[in-house]
Write a new protein. Structure first.
Length: 654
């Protein structure tokens, strides 16, 4: 937590706390007093509103103490002193997190604008020389299938490929991206089309966005009976953001309730106008189950591809994009890539993010070994040192030594960033204090999944869950089964272990029982998300709510040796002894306390109902007058399980 006290900010701005509280309220920031905490970005916003903004400085998200001092033009000891104020004792070469950098910069009078940390590029000197010049040549189109869950994306692709993918997936939902190439007849020749099958569930938004990044044409599948749904709009936004042509496949036209015209009308309202209505978008009615309209769809894809004149140079240094990656028990790390340019061959040295290696085997989408992979061809690459991140660029380099050196440089940089981030979490006093006081709770998660795409998608879904009082943090996320080390990490951190499409190894199960670590495994992602929402709600402190009990009107006042008694008539509900009470005089609140004594006639009673007279003594109050109203109520703890955990919508990636 990178926060500053309201009182300290007021002092810094040379204004009163009351004035600052008023300004913050106007900005929509909820604060109570001088001890309330606001984050640095809010403080900067206040400065901007008051025209007392700090000069802006561009900084990377991770720096050492010495580098930060040089960037700000101050002595290193000044940076160290500012860090000591927030409980961090740092040496000159210690890596600082983004939170620490922002806090120090603010203390020294600067506003930070972050520079984008770029992945170190593979230098040209490390790339092999291009083969004989042949120039760019036509290549197959890469087509992404997008759309709402259950609208038949995988079934449509299955019908095209004449295979059976959908039934092998749990819950009928595609759980990770697959890439497939098919051959079709076009203009008397055989033509190839590469398909990317993206998951249909909303939680895999990041993967769907990645699919749109490498695609040439987007096929938006909309069910003729359901029409446009929320994920249809989401998929459409990704395709638009990727700036690729869109073809709409209106599926399930064989159903009695099918209404293709309604789909066209709904999409036209979203700016996707059919060709027959004067627009430029091809709409193709199909039925995946009945195999109707498939040839028309393929023909439309190839026609759009011809207009684009898609080309790539097969002789250039080879590059591809990792679409999916996993740890295979028999083959080790395996990455599915789409070749973007050049030609991958068995024996090539490659690097992808922090993974490197020499290609031992290339396999096509049917599992057959192939000697090479040309542009737009999807292949599995075997022979890597580690599981690369989905979305990484895979490049061929001169030799394995060069690949290892590049991967190690990237790994070192990422490790420094991770250590800086972890160090910040340990040393930031504000967050620790808030958690200890119960103001903010944190749910820690150790996540394991079958493939990297699933890790990325599940992690994205969980990190988008929001609540003002509960934070979710993924402590560790990786590919593979749940192991003993995962359990020990969760035990040391008091975390929850989540597995998605993986199993718990026997030794890990034993250690989990011994350490009392909760392990949950799932096959369906939306079940996982709903369970975690419930777990977060369970961490909420019950709220204290007020429930009215009744009202009584004061009709006489008696002064007795033991105190002042209000002779009352109960006008609403009931009055209960020892309950909370407010004394009102017209519209003015005089006192709030407890009902110390309640009598009916000459007997002490626990409660008195509407329509009866009674004598009431309120603890600590004696200034009753005829006509006053005594309002009786009680405070109860109320479970907050009915509250909602919100989920931020993912932003389309262009």
């Amino acid at each position: 937590m990178n926060r500053i006290r309201v009182g300290d900010l007021a002092k810094d701005l040379q204004m009163s706390v009351a004035e600052l509280l008023s300004t913050l309220t106007d900005l929509g920031v909820e604060v109570n007093n001088a001890d309330s905490l606001i984050d640095i970005s809010t403080a900067q916003a206040v400065r901007a509103v008051l025209d007392k903004g700090h000069p802006e400085v561009e900084l990377p998200p991770t720096m050492t103490v010495r580098e930060l001092a040089q960037a700000l033009g101050v002595a290193s000891t000044q940076v160290q002193q500012k860090l000591m104020k927030v409980g961090v004792l740092a040496g000159l070469n210690q890596q600082l997190s983004a939170d620490q950098i922002e806090r120090v910069a603010y203390e020294l009078g600067y506003s930070v604008r972050w520079t984008q940390a770029k992945e170190p590029e593979v230098p040209e000197s490390a790339r092999p020389r291009a083969a004989s010049a042949g120039g760019p040549q036509p290549r197959p189109p890469v087509v992404t299938i997008l759309g709402h869950v259950d609208h038949g994306k995988t079934t449509l692709l299955d019908a095209i490929r004449r295979t059976n993918v959908a039934e092998g997936e749990y819950g009928g939902i595609t759980q990770h991206i697959g890439a497939y190439q098919v051959e079709v007849e076009h203009a008397g020749e055989r033509a190839k089309i590469t398909f990317l099958d993206t998951p249909g569930h909303e939680a895999f938004t990041a993967m769907r966005a990645r699919g749109a990044q490498v695609t040439d044409i987007a096929v938006l599948v909309v069910a003729a009976d359901d029409g446009v749904m929320p994920q249809t709009v989401e998929a459409l936004n990704h395709a638009k953001a990727a700036n690729v042509p869109i073809i709409v496949a209106i599926n399930k036209i064989d159903k009695p309730e099918a209404n293709p015209d309604r789909v066209k009308q709904q999409l036209a309202e979203l700016g996707v106008m059919p060709e027959e209505w004067g627009g430029d978008t091809i709409f193709v009615p199909v039925s995946a189950k009945q195999r109707v309209g498939l040839n028309d769809l393929l023909e439309s894809i190839l026609l759009v591809a011809e207009v684009q004149e898609l080309k790539a140079d097969p002789n250039a240094p080879a590059e591809g994009v990792v679409i999916e990656s996993k740890l295979d028990k028999g083959r080790g790390p395996v990455a599915t890539i789409i070749v973007q340019q050049g030609t991958f061959k068995q024996g090539d040295a490659v690097v992808a993010g922090e993974a490197y290696g020499r290609i031992k085997a290339l396999l096509d989408d049917r599992g057959n070994r192939v000697p090479k992979a040309t542009p737009a061809m999807p292949v599995e690459v075997v022979g890597l040192s580690a599981v690369p991140n989905a979305g990484e660029k895979m490049e061929v380099v001169k030799d394995e030594r060069t690949a290892r050196q590049i991967a190690m440089e990237r790994e070192q940089r990422h490790r420094q960033e991770k250590l800086a981030s972890q160090r910040a979490r340990v040393t930031m006093k504000d967050l620790s204090r808030l958690i200890q006081e119960g103001e903010i709770k944190e749910l820690l998660v150790v996540l394991k999944a079958d493939v990297h795409g699933s890790v990325e998608a599940v992690r994205s879904s969980l990190e988008r869950l929001e609540h003002p009082e509960v934070r979710l943090r993924v402590l560790h996320a990786a590919v593979g089964n749940i192991t003993e080390s995962d359990i020990m990490l969760a035990s040391a951190s008091n975390a929850l272990v989540i597995g998605f499409n993986v199993r718990v190894e026997p030794e890990a199960q034993r250690v989990a029982e011994q350490e009392r670590v909760e392990v949950r495994t799932y096959r369906i992602i939306y079940e996982l998300v709903e369970d975690i929402k419930a777990a977060m709600l369970g961490m909420l402190q019950p709220s204290i709510e007020e429930f009215p009990l009744g009202k009584a009107e004061v009709r006489a006042v008696f002064s007795l040796p033991r105190g002042t008694v209000a002779g009352c008539y109960v006008t609403e509900g009931k009055i209960v002894r020892n309950a909370e009470a407010r004394v009102w005089r017209k519209k003015e609140l005089l006192y709030t306390g407890k009902i110390a004594s309640l009598r009916h006639l000459r007997e002490d009673v626990r409660e008195i109902a509407q329509g009866y007279e009674c004598g009431i003594m309120v603890d600590g109050f004696s200034d009753f007058e005829e006509g006053d109203t005594i309002e009786c109520f009680e405070r109860r703890e109320v479970s907050r399980a009915g509250h909602t955990i919100t989920q931020r919508s993912a932003t389309a990636v262009s």
